[in-house]
Design a protein around this ligand. Structure first.
Ligand SMILES: Nc1ncnc2c1ncn2[C@@H]1O[C@H](COP(=O)(O)OP(=O)(O)OP(=O)(O)O)[C@@H](O)[C@H]1O
Ligand SMILES: [Mg+2]
Length: 272
């Protein structure tokens, strides 16, 4: 069997006396989309930082394409909750910044800006963009180095619901075109079910895995599909410390539903 793109086994991660992560193990194969969900403070961002090579002070083994992660690896890209564009650079210069300011002229910048619908804004400055446009620029920047693995930490939580759905579809189409593997942290169980092949659910104090949900539905997906709603309910039950399958929508699994159930599912309280 070929090696997974990401093999993660963090036995322990402590901050001073605070035991933050306990025995978190999972792997991701090339081309998969995996979400990480869990209560605030359970260590999701800490795990992403370890995978990005931003913290090596932990017990365990992490490998991306068989290599230990390091800060300047081109194999791993990172998209944050807020776009983090440099205000004094144009959109194109921000996207190509891995190569310095001149990177804005790289042909791939234009291709990526076209893909995210910002070709006409290459010479604009970040303050001239809406929140959704800025996040699209951040997606283009995250893909500029052609990373095999793209890490996303709550990438759409600062935009409105409609923009969020459009960005989700944009992310899926672009990353499938580039054959990029995704690991995304989100607090939105519907988003995790809609986007992912698998959802890894964490519990806190210390951060650990409480279970995993295989979505197993063909793409493109219908957001109102009843089976998708069932998966989101399974994720929510795991988050709440229960087991999957406790909400049974299976009478007519092909049937789509309106918005009442998904709204209910979104109301999870993520406090400690
Ligand atoms: N640099 C640090 N120094 C000390 N403690 C830290 C540091 N970074 C994170 N922590 C602690 O580690 C725990 C996990 O933090 P982390 O940011 O990974 O959580 P999270 O799951 O991403 O939470 P959220 O959903 O709120 O973003 C928290 O208790 C936090 O206080
Ligand atoms: Mg976080």
């Amino acid at each position: 069997m070929s090696q997974p793109l990401l093999a993660l086994a963090v036995k322990a991660k402590d901050f001073q006396t605070h035991h933050v992560i306990d025995n978190v193990e999972f792997s991701i194969d090339q081309g998969q989309v995996v979400s990480l969900v869990g209560p605030s403070g359970c260590g999701k961002s800490t795990l992403l930082r370890i995978i990005a090579g931003l913290g090596s002070d932990y017990q365990g083994e992490v490998r991306v394409k068989g290599e230990r992660p390091h800060l300047h690896s081109r194999d791993v890209g990172f998209i944050f909750q807020e776009p983090r564009l440099l205000p004094w650079l144009t959109v194109a210069e921000n996207v190509g910044f891995d190569l310095g300011r001149a990177g804005g002229k790289h042909p791939r910048v234009h291709e990526l800006l076209t893909e995210v619908g910002l070709a006409d804004f290459a010479n604009a400055y970040p303050k001239q963009l809406s929140g959704g446009m800025a996040q699209r620029a951040a997606i283009a920047r995250g893909l500029f180095t052609q990373p095999a693995l793209l890490l996303l930490d709550e990438p759409f939580s600062a935009v409105d619901a409609f923009t969020r759905m459009r960005l989700q579809d944009l992310l899926l189409s672009i990353t499938s075109h580039h054959d990029t593997t995704l690991l995304m942290v989100t607090h939105d169980v519907n988003e995790s079910a809609y986007l992912s092949d698998r959802v890894v659910v964490m519990a806190s104090r210390p951060g650990r895995i409480s279970g995993e949900i295989e979505i197993g539905l063909p793409r493109p997906r219908d957001r109102r599909n009843l089976q998708l709603t069932q998966r989101a309910a399974d994720i929510l039950n795991l988050l709440n410390g229960g087991q999957p399958d406790s909400l049974d929508f299976s009478e007519n699994p092909e049937q789509s539903v309106g918005c009442r159930e998904p709204l209910f599912i979104s109301r999870f309280n993520f406090a400690h």
